[in-house]
Design a protein around this ligand. Structure first.
Ligand SMILES: Cc1ncc(COP(=O)(O)O)c(C=O)c1O
Length: 451
């Protein structure tokens, strides 16, 4: 590693950081993380904090997951790369597909298509949806519906179904044929409805209205996160996703669950779809599939969709989607080890228990600090605080204040993520009760100092 003078001097000078303004990164250079241990990260100055962001919702098993590290090393030594394009495959890719089929059996998903990450998984799922309808002779079904506030990565098709202007405006025009409906977001919604169940019904009515307006015969798929993540952790009422499933069935529309965050235990269930008792047609996964140690993803495909592709004799079912790193043996080996550890540790159970503790603690902080306008969570280890300047008007808080809360919280032992006027918490699923207490006390110190 280069010495600290070199790193500090060159920090943000020769690279542009994702999801950041280059001028801001120069003015406020990012913390330089140099080590990870357990659920903690250590910066260049030796300051140790709990990683309450869990990498980026992906380091579910923490930074010291030896079986995954060993699997990566062993695979690198034996076969560092081989493609699974037509005609060849590799042993790790085969083993993983068997394990994924078993893991997602309760979700009705039987086949895997490998990708290099979440945006790729979304892109492939959307493409498969169009292709599915074309193979069936329903070529007019090309449109996509999605939720405002939803996040589906940054490829152009994914950005087109994204429901947040921040990730769209500078890249327009995006893909035609993508339409959005209101999210079941009780704190702010066009219906001014605060009751989650009533709001879910209103959003479902808006969905059906849009389906009728567009014409069901023009719509390929509806894509949603079972719990909206990057948009500010928005858990819908439990009736919402089953309601979406019913509408999709009624109108011949495929349901894509974007579970890049929610698969593998984060919500306290093994998948977000399972949390709500829904079987999607396609499921996008990535992130925790390899504990974030190797870029990898998989789109899972249900039996009904698989049959259409596998039974096709016209040639239309051939895959025109591919990444050089689809089925990368090192990523697949990491995922095999990761799935074994995920199951052995039953991380969903700890996510549920620690998630409740974290959520209750955040609600207590809301009683103490008026800047916390809304607390969202209650389903595993994904929570958010929405900060406001005034609880009545819900005007967003000054960015400088939220930045200062972030800094003081960091100094007091917890790394948190700021996104717009939200503080997002998505710690590793293996954290302890004491770790949750540390996150809460660090946040308490952060708010006490600024508000
Ligand atoms: C729900 C969801 N979909 C897609 C993505 C994109 O994944 P990636 O950043 O790995 O491309 C993300 C990333 O946070 C996500 O949260």
């Amino acid at each position: 590693m280069k010495d600290s003078n070199f790193l500090t001097e060159n920090n943000a000078r020769h690279l542009w950081h994702p999801m950041a303004h280059p001028a801001d990164s120069l003015a406020n250079p990012p913390d330089i993380i140099v080590e990870g241990e357990g659920v903690e990260v250590i910066d260049l100055d030796g300051h140790r904090t709990i990683d309450a962001v869990g990498g980026l919702w992906n380091v579910n098993l923490g930074y010291s997951c030896t079986p995954v590290k060993h699997a990566i090393t062993e695979q690198l030594n034996r076969l560092p790369y081989y493609s699974i394009f037509r005609g060849t495959t590799n042993d790790a890719a085969i083993e993983l597909s068997f394990m994924l089929k078993e893991f997602f059996a309760p979700d009705g998903l039987t086949r895997a298509f490998y990708t290099s990450g979440g945006s790729d998984s979304v892109e492939v799922a959307l493409r498969l949806a169009r292709q599915y309808h074309k193979i069936r002779g329903d070529a007019g079904r090309v449109k996509f519906l999605s939720l405002k506030k939803g996040y589906h990565g940054t490829h152009t098709l994914g950005a087109s179904v994204n429901g947040n202007a921040n990730f769209r405006t500078q890249y327009e025009p995006l893909m035609q044929g993508c339409y959005h409906i209101p999210a079941p977001y009780t704190y702010r919604n066009p219906f001014n409805e605060t009751d989650p169940e009533k709001l879910a019904q209103l959003c479902l009515a808006a969905l059906e209205d849009e389906i009728r307006f567009q014409g069901a015969e023009t719509i390929a798929a509806f894509i949603m996160e079972p719990i909206l993540g990057a948009g500010g952790v928005i858990p819908p009422h439990k009736s919402f996703m089953p309601g979406v499933r019913a509408l999709c069935d009624k109108h011949g529309i495929l349901l894509i669950a974007d579970e890049v965050i929610t698969a593998f235990g984060r919500t306290g269930a093994w998948s977000g779809s399972r949390l709500w008792g829904v079987q999607p047609d396609l499921l996008c996964s990535a992130k925790a599939i390899s504990n974030g140690y190797f870029p990898f993803g998989a789109v899972m495909i249900c039996g009904k969709v698989a049959e259409v592709f596998e039974g096709d004799t016209s040639g239309k079912g051939a895959s025109g989607s591919a990444y050089t790193y689809s089925g990368h043996p090192v990523g697949a080996a990491a995922a095999v080890a990761c799935l074994k550890e995920t199951g052995r540790l039953r991380v969903k159970d700890n996510a549920a228990e620690r998630g409740t503790q974290l959520f209750q603690g955040l609600l207590a902080l809301q009683d103490k600090y008026s800047a916390i306008g809304d607390v969202r969570g209650g389903h595993g280890l994904m929570c958010a605080l929405e900060l406001v300047a005034d609880r009545q008007t819900k005007a967003p808080i000054d960015k400088k204040i939220i930045g200062a809360v972030h800094r003081t919280t960091y100094e007091n032992g917890a790394l948190i993520r700021v996104s717009g006027n939200n503080i997002i918490l998505s710690p590793p699923l293996v954290l302890s009760a004491a770790d949750v207490d540390t996150i809460l006390s660090a946040l308490d110190a952060g708010f006490a100092a600024q508000t």
